[in-house]
Design a binder for this molecule. Structure first.
Ligand code: SF4
Length: 638
């Protein structure tokens, strides 16, 4: 049988199921990663499972999201993660070592292996030919404990790249073009596999920019072949022994196919407030910029920042622009420092931030009120930057750098003529911010600061689910809406009771109070509920508030799994118009739940309006068992 790259890796890791599209498969996971904002909860859950050591080939705990340390909370969290890591056999990447996906690409990713990460941009390592998937913290905890990871066998989209990028056009523009075509929900249950002549002209970091932002398509993951370019990258990282050639067989079957001619691509921009709101830069006229932010796991590689340094070399940024740059890793920052790139950035007027997520997760550098911020990041949801009235445009490093000079969103093509950036002869390798796990963990004590609170667990499914509609929300509600993650809240990621006062408050400030007063209830939502990050807190906090079910027009993939893992029933309207027939505070009831849970269709009664609606419960048998038990941890006997 002729196989695609993704199918080859899936086949090698299949524990249950087959390569039949749409069927449930269980995968053996080789590597895991966590970051600090999801990590504390993932490790609390891992501890609750009760194994002595991780069973993966390699697991890494990164600290990259919250490094402001405005109080002891997140410093305490970091120490908890560090001690858990040491004890259980996990590498610990200290604050300052870089963004999890950038560092994982540089130092840990291995072609042909599976990677499960408690961060939605885990597919970044697909640029190396890994099958890299973002998941909730509990799924990652189970994988660390040796359990398989279940997904629906995705449909595979062939993205054929022909031609070669013109000057001023970059890998970011390729993924923006895919987002323009598929939109933020178009990738659901799909893997985007890149192939064709054009692939050969893209370095691994460029490929990683594309697979990284595949997350915005809602895709299961994105992947490139592992070829001579991959070998070259690994060699420059001193890891050529980990290379394995993985290319699709000639004549392999793809479920869909699109072609992007790189010769015809122009610099693109995703306009506010969605990553799929994509137009060519040349169509935007006279948009004045207040802030330019360069970095994030999408565009903070050595090559990206060297391009920026060369564009800015000898020039000064516009007096009306604030330019902030966060290098993706210590390796990137160190190399820029050694080869003079850093000096060019500083001389031009850039503010250099530490290697981490920084402004991408709203940790500082919020734009001015009503400001225009140009960012090389992957998300521009309203308010994510910390200023609710700001407008964020997503662009390539080239567009960002040139626009920082002109003060307006500018097509970089004519500014690029003398700019030539090549891969270095060798990356600067210094892993002294990575702490190795202890050989034996028995004697290691885990240090838990006062901010580490127990996580909430659901109860077994009862005979009836009933409750008031506590909130009705529109389409495309993100995990940022459900559980905001601004600088004020990020230190409390291991403190669910504290976070509960902020749940869904961007939609309705009274929601937490109403939920508590009513002893929990039901949420009603539009399409694509829970899009965005893998943030499990967007399920854990509703569990704490007593949410029993969410009835939506549709759900985002990772969030739906997180709800099921934590015992919240995700139901979909059979007739989407029924959304309009339910009002806030209507009393809903699902009777005979223990019988209905076994069915694909469920009837909910609206006792306030004396009406009934048909709902769809589109889940697997294993997920039904999980909901009956009240969540995955209950199934594990905890
Ligand atoms: Fe960090 Fe932003 Fe990437 Fe998330 S999307 S891992 S916050 S840089």
């Amino acid at each position: 049988m002729k196989l695609t790259v993704a199918e080859k890796i899936i086949k090698d890791h299949l524990v249950t199921g087959d390569l039949i599209r749409g069927s449930e498969i269980g995968l053996k996971i080789d590597q895991t990663l966590t970051q600090d904002s999801t990590g504390t909860m993932a490790y609390l859950q891992f501890e609750a499972i009760g194994v002595d050591r991780v069973k993966t080939k390699k697991s890494v705990a990164y600290i990259d999201h919250n490094m402001l340390q405005t109080g002891p909370e997140n410093a305490d969290d970091h120490l908890y993660i560090q001690t858990v890591a040491k004890k259980y056999g996990i590498y610990f990447s200290k604050p300052g070592n870089g963004i999890c996906h950038q560092v994982h690409l540089e130092r840990f990713g291995v072609p042909g292996e599976t990677l499960l990460g408690s961060d939605s941009h885990t597919p970044t390592c697909g640029g190396l030919g890994m099958l890299a998937i973002g998941a909730g913290g509990l799924d990652v905890a189970v994988a660390m404990a040796g359990g398989e990871y279940y997904i629906t066998m995705p449909y595979i989209v062939k993205v054929g790249l022909t031609g070669k990028l013109n000057l001023g056009v970059s890998a970011k523009d390729i993924i923006l073009e895919v987002l323009k075509r598929y939109k933020v929900v178009g990738g659901l249950n799909k893997i985007f596999e890149y192939t064709g002549e054009g692939v050969k002209s893209l370095s691994v970091p460029e490929r990683a920019t594309i697979t990284n932002m595949g997350a915005e398509l809602g895709a299961t993951t994105s992947i490139f072949p592992s070829d001579e370019i991959t070998y070259e990258f690994l060699k420059l990282q001193g890891r050529e022994k980990e290379y394995k050639n993985i290319v699709a067989d000639d004549g392999a079957f793809y479920d869909e196919e699109i072609i992007i001619n790189l010769d015809e691509l122009e610099p693109m921009v995703a306009c506010p407030h969605s990553p799929d709101n994509v137009v060519s830069v040349s169509t935007l006229k006279d948009i004045k910029v207040n802030q330019v932010a360069i970095g994030s796991c999408t565009n903070s590689s050595y090559m990206d920042l060297m391009k920026v340094a060369e564009i800015l070399d000898g020039k000064t940024i516009s007096e009306d622009v604030s330019l902030v740059i966060s290098p993706g890793s210590k390796q990137v920052l160190n190399m820029l420092a050694v080869n003079g790139g850093l000096s060019k950035l500083i001389s031009a007027g850039a503010r250099i931030l530490e290697s981490g997520c920084g402004p991408c997760i709203g940790m500082g550098q919020a734009p001015i009120t009503d400001g225009i911020s140009l960012r090389t990041f992957n998300r521009n949801f309203k308010g994510r930057c910390g200023t609710p009235s700001a407008n964020v445009y997503l662009v390539s490093p080239e567009v960002a750098a040139v626009s920082a000079l002109t003060g307006y969103i500018t097509d970089p093509s004519i500014y690029m003529e003398d700019i030539n950036i090549f891969m270095p002869e060798r990356f600067l390798i210094n892993d002294n911010l990575i702490v190795n796990p202890a050989d034996y963990g028995e004697d290691i004590d885990i240090i838990r600061g006062p901010n580490i609170k127990p996580f909430p667990k659901s109860k077994e499914l009862g005979r009836e689910i009933k409750g008031k509609v506590l909130i009705k929300v529109r389409d495309d509600i993100t995990t940022d809406h459900i559980m905001p993650s601004d600088a004020k809240l990020l230190p409390y990621r291991s403190n669910i009771p504290y976070l509960s006062d902020y749940c869904l408050t961007p939609c309705d400030i009274e929601f937490p109070k109403r939920a508590k007063e009513n002893g929990g209830g039901i949420i009603v939502a539009g399409f694509n509920y829970g899009q965005g990050s893998s943030r499990e807190h967007a399920a854990l906090v509703p569990v704490y508030l007593g949410i029993k079910s969410i009835i939506a027009k549709s759900f985002a993939r990772i969030h739906k799994q997180n709800l099921i893992n934590n015992g919240i029933i995700p139901l979909v309207f059979e007739n989407a118009d029924d959304f309009n027939n339910i009002d806030m505070l209507d009393e809903l009831a699902i009777e005979n739940m223990l019988e209905q849970i076994n069915e694909d269709k469920i009837i909910v009664n609206n006792r306030t309006k004396s009406k009934a609606y048909k709902l769809i419960l589109d889940i697997t048998e294993r997920q039904r068992d999980m909901l009956k038990a009240g969540g995955l941890l209950n199934m594990k006997g905890e």
